[in-house]
Every structure is written in structure tokens, then in C-alpha cells.
Design a protein around this ligand. Sequence first.
Ligand SMILES: [Zn+2]
Length: 279
Amino acid sequence: MIQDIAPHQYDNAYKPEAPDRKSVALYYEEGKCLADLSQDEIRFPTFAEMEKIKPEIYEEYTYLFSIDHQKYYLITDLNPELLSNYNMENTEIFRHEAPRYRAFAGITGYQLYRWYQSRRFCGKCGSRTRMDKKERMLYCEKCGSMEYPKICPAVIIAVTDGDRILMSKYAGRVYKKYALLAGFVEIGETVEETVRREVMEEVGLKVKNIRYYKSQPWSFSDTLLMGFYCELDGGDKITLDQEELALAEWFDRRDIPEVASHESLTNEMMMKFKREGSV
Ligand SMILES: [Zn+2]
């Protein structure tokens, strides 16, 4: 999956030390990231390259994380056109470009970028927020508000019935392939209750024997995905929520379309059921 980058090691402990010349500088604009794809792999600029166009770069940085002891920082206020070889690339490239650990760094940095961008001011009193030195947190000196990175918990649900699995297509989205049911956790409910509620809302079915499978950070949508398998409880007649779904139908596991991409938890769960049956 997208977060599986072994043998590389992602370390997100918050250690806001100063960058060195080998550190990576991630620069974003809405939906775009500064990268070089000309050598059939993703390359991000280092501080050694950046210092030529922005000498004060060592003074204005935001520490993000490290991978294999190389530190990654967020850079703002830059004219990206000054850096030859690099272009503003669509962040969707991180779904498929190699090497995978840099794609993971790129999309993870993008989620942090969006959070920092959208929390520059306190949501309670409107004052400017400041970065804490000990943890990844923004705080307001005036009213004491604290803001932590935005992560939205959501569930992915594989409803099975013997050798059958329920597959769907979402309405009004670019992504037209078969998917599993999914939905965000609401305030005041457990994730198991989210599973029951979403299945009832989207297809009008009851489920039982809900089992947690795996989780996945999905920075494209600020989400932490939690995958569950569960079994149909009672009648199998689907009542489609047409605002959410374009289609939902039962598939024999042998008929599940083969998916080449292994980036998403959804695909892994579908392929596991296709290969192994009851999970
Ligand atoms: Zn405030």
C-alpha cells in the first residue's frame, strides 16, 4: 500500500531541527508540488539547490518528517520558476510515480502543507497562530487554543455473503472503478457503528460479524482509513442511495475484476477476498 515503503523508514517524530544542505525542500501550491520527473523518477529539490535562488531559506522552514535520516521541510514564499529542471506537478502523480518512498513523502507533506495553510489564524479568536516547539501543534497566544493536524477517520467496508462481496461505484466522482463502501466516522459513534450506519444508508442492508482488517493513511483526502470485513445479516436486496452511489452489486469473488494497483487499502481488501474467500 502507499505507506509500505520498506526498506525505507519514515519517521514522523517531531524534531524541528535546522535543515542541512542535503535536506529536502517540499514546495506546494494548490494541487501541485515542485518536482523533477525528467529522469523517470520523482526528485525533490534539496536545500543545496534551493539556497542558490533563496539564500534565506535556512531561516524560514517548517520541519515535516524524515525518511532514512534525510530530513524533509516545507518551504513557502518561493518563485518556483527560478529553479530550472523542476516543475509544479499535479499531486495526483504520487498515486503511481516511482520511487514509492518519495511519492509517499510528497503526498504526506501535502497533507501537512494544507493543514498549516488552513490554520494560520486561530479559529476561535482570529489571531495569528504560532508553531509549538515540542510537538506538531499550532497554538494561539491570545486565547490559548491549540490545533493538531487534521486527520479524518473513515471506514472502508467489505460486505460479504458466502463467496459474494458487495462492490460499488461512486456517483459524481472522477474515480469510476469498482470500490467498496466507505464513509466518515461521525462524532459520538464507534467505528463499528459507522460500519453499520454507512451500509444501511448507502445500500439498505444489515451486517454482522464486523472484523477490523488494517488501516491506511490516505493523505489525498486528509483521511485515516480503517478497513473492515463484515457479513450480510438478513435479506440481500440493495436499496441504493443514489446521491452517494451510482451502482452497487453483488459479485462472486472469482468475478472481481483484477486490479493492478496495490496502493489502496480498498484494492488490497478486494484482492484478498478474491484470492482467499472468507477473510
Ligand atoms: Zn485564539
